[in-house]
Design a binder for this molecule. Structure first.
Ligand code: GDP
Ligand code: GDP
Length: 478
């Protein structure tokens, strides 16, 4: 039952690391020998690539990780060897494919690489099929490598392109990782998607982003009342796209307007299985969580009262993943009508008091997680849920000016004579969604975990950002 807490990832990071946090991610996938490494090397140019191991019981697969430069585009690039395993079979390899699915879900764009010279192979088809299944919502750019010997005049280029088109990912971009042919075309193909991603990072009211729907994920175990809650939310609002009854209830999606905002709950009625954290349902959920802005985790209030435990294992895992992935988290304790009916009226009061405290203990990574008590069936708590979701979203989007932050920093320092004070020269927010800050520290000094936690706590108190996952990176300056 014990869930391991992920080790703190506050460490001194160099510029490269900070860039990676901020840049959109592109992953190269394809069967062995299509030239993934060659393309990766060309894109990172002479820059250093980090190779990190992702141990998976018996196999160790390398995922190379670097910063790509293509014209004026900069992006975080991953070269995944794992997908090769997806095309072959076997249980260990299958699990490697799961792992790759996890890496893919962190990417905004996948370059699906094939090799013109080799013709389309059955493994390419399998990779395509795998991608279609595991990379929904991720832009897939089909790229045909080893095209340098193909010719437009003899029709060989058109023939290869036609064959590649049959994969169903549109027209391929012909390149040669070896000679550099087609890099301008690759640039043109990636640019609009990379720019779109950068735009999504901006939260100012006049930005394009604020016109995009708020992505709300309603997650929870079966029967906690997710569908009922969604229907309650939809009742009073202007429904733009109503729930579609799919084959399973997981496919319910809805879009509605609340307080002038468009809220989208597309496809996020996840069913969490109670088995171990590595189960596929959790993997799938995690993938979808990555794309949500705010996650509403629904718990069954009656069950909570009976078992005297606020969250089950699967729920703790999901909540922790949500905050680790930097999503805004709101906990919704449903079915409180049942508690009030119980003879012992003390029960309700006890639950209301004990649950937020217990949840805080279970998710120590983020303080001040909002907990709401509702009855979806009776329609009570609808407004409270929506207000909290919007509030969490807005704070998640918050951008604080550097001058304000540095004034704040001086104030924090004078309040508490923290050892951190002389270490930080400059403090700035580099990103929102979730709020990410960089502390510029002197020379070789490094802020300790305690110091980072203190800063996060102070930021939360002073800027009213309870429940929001805040990240602080460090950068050394002389
Ligand atoms: P990976 O297994 O997908 O990472 O493929 P590699 O990058 O290791 O490349 C496999 C083989 O294809 C190597 O021998 C490369 O030299 C060769 N290769 C890679 N890109 C090209 C290319 O654009 N043209 C040609 N002719 N060969 C290439
Ligand atoms: P889902 O599987 O999480 O989507 O759960 P449903 O929305 O289908 O609800 C499961 C069951 O719980 C249904 O019988 C609902 O009527 C019931 N339910 C949902 N919300 C409430 C509530 O607030 N109070 C009570 N008493 N029952 C509820």
């Amino acid at each position: 039952e014990e869930v391991k807490t992920k080790k703190s990832n506050h460490k001194l990071v160099d510029f490269t690391q900070i860039d990676k946090e901020l840049l959109p991610t592109v992953i190269i996938v394809g069967r062995p020998n299509v030239g993934k490494s060659a393309l990766f090397n060309r894109l990172i140019q002479r820059r250093e690539a980090l190779v990190y191991n992702t141990p998976d019981d018996h196999v160790t697969r390398d995922i190379r990780d670097g910063i790509a430069k293509l014209g004026d585009l900069r992006f975080h690039i991953l070269d995944s060897a794992g997908l090769e395993a997806a095309a072959t079979s076997g249980s260990i390899l299958g699990r490697t494919a799961d792992m790759t699915a996890n890496v893919i879900s962190r990417s905004q764009i996948a370059i699906f690489l094939i090799a013109a010279r080799d013709g389309l192979q059955s493994m390419d088809l399998q990779v395509g099929k795998w991608l279609r299944k595991h990379a929904p919502g991720i832009k897939i750019v089909l790229v045909m490598n080893k095209s340098e010997s193909l010719d437009e005049s003899d029709g060989s280029l058109a023939a290869a392109a036609g064959e590649a088109y049959s994969l169903g990912f549109g027209d391929p971009i012909a390149i040669s990782a070896e000679t550099g042919l087609g890099m301008a075309d690759l640039y043109d193909a990636l640019k609009p998607f990379l720019e779109k991603h950068m735009l999504q990072d901006s939260c100012s009211p006049e930005s394009q982003e604020s016109k995009l729907p708020l992505q709300l994920a309603i997650v929870g175990r079966p029967n906690v009342g997710k569908s009922t809650l969604l229907n309650t939310l939809l009742q009073e609002e202007r429904v733009l796209v109503g729930p579609e009854a799919g084959l399973t209830r997981d496919s319910i999606r809805a879009q509605f307007q609340y307080d002038g905002r468009t809220v989208d709950t597309a496809g996020w009625l996840e069913r969490l299985k109670e088995k171990g954290p590595a189960s596929l349902s959790i993997m799938q959920t995690r993938k979808n969580l990555m794309r949500a802005h705010v996650i509403a985790l629904v718990l069954d209030g009656e069950e909570v009262a009976e078992t005297k435990r606020s969250m089950k294992h699967a729920e703790v895992v999901i909540a922790r993943q949500a905050v680790e992935e930097g999503r805004g988290l709101v906990i919704v304790v449903n079915k409180v009508d049942l508690l009030k009916q119980k003879q012992n009226s003390k029960l309700y009061e006890n639950v209301i008091k004990a649950i937020p405290e217990e949840i805080q203990k279970l998710i120590p990574q983020v303080t001040g997680i909002p907990v709401l008590f509702v009855s979806a069936l009776e329609g009570r708590g609808r407004i409270a849920v929506m207000r909290q979701v919007i509030d969490t979203y807005e704070k998640w989007c918050l951008r604080l000016s550097t001058s304000r932050l540095n004034r704040w920093l001086r104030k924090v320092h004078s309040w508490k004579d923290q050892a951190a004070q002389p270490k930080i020269k400059y403090f700035t927010q580099v990103k929102a969604r979730p709020p990410t800050f960089v502390a510029f520290v002197k020379g070789k000094t490094v802020l300790s975990d305690t110091e980072i936690r203190f800063l996060i706590k102070s930021l939360k108190e002073d800027f009213d950002m309870g429940g929001i996952p805040i990240r602080i990176l460090q950068r050394s300056i002389s």
